[in-house]
Design a protein around this ligand. Structure first.
Ligand code: EPZ
Length: 422
């Protein structure tokens, strides 16, 4: 197991370039199955989750070639349609491959992804979508087999604007016969990125980013090159690290209009923010003011920023109320913050945070990807030294995280199985 050793009391100052979006990359890597040819991707973050996606592609018979600044995927020889159970269990978002396999090959077998560190995360909306599109689904002992003769376009009304279910519906419908309309669709920017690459391949999709998406099935998709959008959650993470340490930061290669709720909340805490073309400059106050946040589907405040933003509020002036509306178990990081002196009470979906002057370094454990990133931020701001173990969670979603933070004032050592990496 690896751990971070963080010397606290640091101010974050400087500039950081944001990597490509994890949550845009995963569905786009799966979408490469649809053209049964070559997909060249730029700006894919080199993180555990994208590496896992490439592993699965190779197990299915795909070829993945990594060049300096691009990844070349060849899916012309895909010959397997079963997602390996051990990989499915390690990364539940690999369920996104199912839509692509069904869309192109009309068959897919996978194991029930099961819950994860932030909640049960069922896939009932995915399965309902598949059935609506004429796909036969059989379940036995945790394995699910889907197949069909021909996929016929349909009207699909999602009970909840699920990101993954919206993406899977798009992937299945691209090559279907006729028109598919998805209503109550998720509106996340990553879905617009997916629409953009698919249309570049020759698909006919309109409406991504709104709650109604129209897909007119086409017969074939062609080879494509595509540049992945920047990671809006990574951008938000770096803004919060600077905010919590009274610092100042310039975020480069970011689409500010993708994180407006976060920017408005940071301004409410007293941060001064200036937005230029694809840059955000922020100056934090000496001490943040308490604010309340409620997570909502896009364009509301993103659930992925809940733990990170809540952590900045542990040392704000006043009491903050956090309401997590998306996932039922996304407060596991709170126990670890309390070990660092934070004053937080959890009542169901709500966290009440009483701001204190400072946190103190402690030995803590990362409980999930974003909760782990929040602990890193807390360690940078805290007085004294913090040791975080289980940092594999963090390496899933942040590219060169400790190097980027050390370049702007942090002091983080990565220790892998007892060997100090730097
Ligand atoms: C995506 O997960 C993101 N992951 C998550 O980011 C993000 O937190 C989430 O969307 C919400 O924005 C990727 O894009 C790879 P959902 P997804 O389906 O698609 C319930 C991160 O940290 N639901 O929109 O799995 C579900 O339980 C990750 O980068 C059903 O009930 O999220 C949850 O309560 C974490 N049935 C809510 O919907 C279903 O069939 C939102 O889930 C599907 C979902």
């Amino acid at each position: 197991m690896s751990e971070y050793i963080i010397k606290g009391g640091r101010k974050i100052e400087g500039e950081v370039k944001i990597s490509g979006s994890k949550n845009a990359s995963l569905p786009i890597i799966a979408a490469s199955i649809l053209n049964q040819g070559t997909t060249t991707l730029y700006n894919v973050p080199d993180i555990h989750d994208t590496q896992m996606m490439f592993e699965i592609l190779k197990k299915l018979g795909g070829k993945v070639t990594k060049k300096k600044n691009k990844i070349i995927i060849d899916t012309s020889k895909i010959s397997e349609y079963e997602i390996p159970e051990e990989l499915m269990r390690q990364m539940r978002s690999s369920v996104i491959f199912v839509g692509a396999l069904l869309g192109k090959h009309s068959k897919a077998t996978f194991s029930y992804p099961g819950g994860c560190d932030i909640g049960a995360r069922p896939i009932d909306l995915h399965l309902k979508t598949f059935e609506k599109l004429g796909i036969n689904i059989s379940k036995n002992y945790g394995n699910i087999t889907c197949n069909c003769d021909k996929i016929i376009g349909e009207k699909i009304d999602l009970d909840f604007p699920s990101v993954g279910a919206t993406e899977n519906a798009i992937l299945v419908a691209c090559l279907a016969k006729g028109e598919t309309i998805i209503t109550n669709a998720a509106k996340e920017p990553e879905i617009i990125d997916l629409q953009n690459i698919l249309n570049k391949m020759g698909a006919n999709i309109k409406g991504a980013g709104t709650d109604t998406i129209q897909i007119n099935g086409v017969t074939k998709l062609k080879d494509v090159s595509y540049n992945i959008m920047p990671d809006r959650i990574e951008a938000g993470t770096f803004l919060c690290v600077a905010a919590m340490t009274g610092g100042n930061i310039t975020i480069k290669e970011v689409e500010a209009n993708n994180i407006t709720p976060l920017i408005h909340k940071l301004e409410e805490t007293g941060c001064k923010i200036e937005i230029q073309k694809n840059e955000i400059k922020m100056q934090a106050p000496k001490r943040l003011k308490a604010v309340d946040i409620k997570t909502m589907p896009y364009p509301g405040f993103p659930t992925d920023m809940q733990s990170i933003f809540a952590t900045t509020l542990t040392i704000a002036k006043g009491t903050s109320i956090i309401t997590e509306n998306l996932f039922e178990n996304r407060y596991k990081y709170v126990q670890e913050l309390i070990r660092m002196g934070a004053k937080i009470d959890i009542e169901g979906k709500t966290a009440i945070i009483k701001g204190i002057k400072k946190l103190y370094g402690a030995n803590v454990t990362a409980t999930d990807l974003r909760g782990g990133a929040a602990l890193v931020m807390a360690g940078i701001a805290a007085k004294g030294e913090t040791k975080i173990n289980n940092i594999e969670y963090i390496l899933r979603g942040y590219e060169k995280f400790e190097q980027k933070l050390n370049n702007i004032g942090a002091n983080i050592k990565l220790v892998k199985n007892g060997i100090n990496i730097f």
